[in-house]
Design a protein around this ligand. Sequence first.
Ligand code: P6P
Length: 331
Amino acid sequence: MKQRKITTIEQHILDAERMNPDASGTLTQILYDLALASKIISREVNKAGLVSLLGVTGTTNVQGEVVKKLDLFANDVIIQCLSEPGRVAVVGSEELEEAVILRENSHASYVVNMDPLDGSSNIDANVSIGTIFSILEMNPELSGQAQCLQAGSRQVAAGYIIYGSSTMFVYTTRDGTVNGFTLDPSVGEYFLSHSNIQTPQRGRIYSVNEGNYLKWQEGVKRYLKYVQAIEPDDDRPMTSRYIGSLVADFHRNLLYGGIFMYPADYKHPCGKLRLLYEASPLALVVNNAGGLATDGKRPILEIEPEELHQRVPLFIGSRDNVIQVMEFMKQ
Ligand code: P6P
């Protein structure tokens, strides 16, 4: 029987570097750093259920160490792993008001924007949560925190780690493919499990917090009623699935097809989700997997950021579904 090739994430990243004659190896190292950080975070997330033994946030655990909130822990671990000289100059994080300037003048050539642990409020209910990251090249015309404020189309790599029934590292680079690696905790290695992910052109799943229905603009309301209508010839009603953890909802829709929406409403005129470290990286992933991501009018990847924690409405997933909701919003 033909043995299936076993590919670790490190091997896959290295192979991609070797295909790129201009590669310096620095992006490779940053992806290694993120893979390492995610293994450490995965270990802690999977222990979270043992809080009674390990102590709750702010207390000291059995080792006498202060227990950090997991999202702050994740933030610190990732920054620590990215801090080797010559790699990353600036880090923008959902957890930090200001960007961290690691080494702006040490020939470090990359910028990382991240949500270290998105959905962490769900962890007490053992719901899947995730890390989202976006990697940009330094722009010589920018300095300091402004380096983080680059459009999603300038990303050189982006992806997420989902801490769920298994831990998966999904990322894409300028080569345009999206690949998923599943962690085998018994050996501490990520193995290629989902090669060249392509999201279905049209899906049957819609993900949205319908509790906000009365706050939405009319076009979005009409779209909801359309997908819920009993029209078997048009494969409707669609199926509603909403976990309330962006990475989990996005990952399921990426694999099965469908649309995730966090529309603007009269209380959140720019929506809830963040452009730089949620919408932009997931937009690069879904675009390279054949899907679409917009704010309801414009491609997410074309939005020029104005501030680090800028919010944006988000419609992301299968191409036909995203195009369709935009048609309803134009009416
Ligand atoms: P709501 C989690 O708090 C989060 O930031 C995303 O992971 C998730 O998609 C969204 O908020 C859920 O927001 O308003 O539906 O609870």
